[in-house]
Write a protein that binds this ligand. Structure first.
Ligand SMILES: C[S@@+](CC[C@H](N)C(=O)[O-])C[C@H]1O[C@@H](n2cnc3c(N)ncnc32)[C@H](O)[C@@H]1O
Length: 141
């Protein structure tokens, strides 16, 4: 099944730190009332809506600095803060996909895979695996 921005039953929230990219997507998605576009650091902004969520959601975590005109927050990637918010939020049945598994080496804000696995498996009811450079965190039951 393919979902598109036209599916009004699907609510989407996206966060962008870079001013120029944010202005661009505001124009691009202006007709879509089911899409919320937030401007800022996702590590800071995610708690405001993730902790209010009562239904399962699909998270695509791919906000990070990668040179060029990409924004750079206080650290290269807010992924640890993002994950912490999702994993400790009231809803325990989200699905989390994280791009660029190869970057997770314990440097520049990317957790080492051993620590990531421990965090997910010991503290939560989620499973973790990686395939085709994407980390997949899914509910156990
Ligand atoms: C790899 S790109 C995302 C590409 C996007 N997923 C796509 O498929 O088109 C990373 C984006 O994250 C943004 N970014 C970097 N640090 C961020 C942060 N702390 N919070 C939110 N966005 C951030 C960058 O400006 C850049 O636009």
């Amino acid at each position: 099944m393919t979902y598109t921005a036209h599916d009004k039953n699907i609510h989407c929230t996206s966060i962008e730190l870079a001013d120029n990219y944010y202005q661009r997507v505001i124009r691009r998605f202006e007709p879509y009332t089911n899409i919320d576009l937030l401007h800022g650091d996702s590590g800071d902004l995610m708690p405001t809506f993730v902790n209010q969520m009562t239904e399962s959601a699909l998270f695509w975590l791919d906000g990070h600095y990668s040179g060029g005109s990409n924004a750079q927050g206080d650290i290269d990637t807010p992924v640890s803060a993002e994950l912490s918010v999702i994993l400790t939020s009231p809803c325990k049945t989200h699905v989390i996909l994280i791009d660029d598994a190869r970057r997770f080496d314990g440097s520049n804000g990317y957790p080492h895979p051993d620590n990531l696995h421990k965090t997910v498996q010991v503290q939560t009811n989620y499973c973790i695996e990686a395939s085709t450079d994407i980390i997949r965190i899914t509910p156990k039951n």
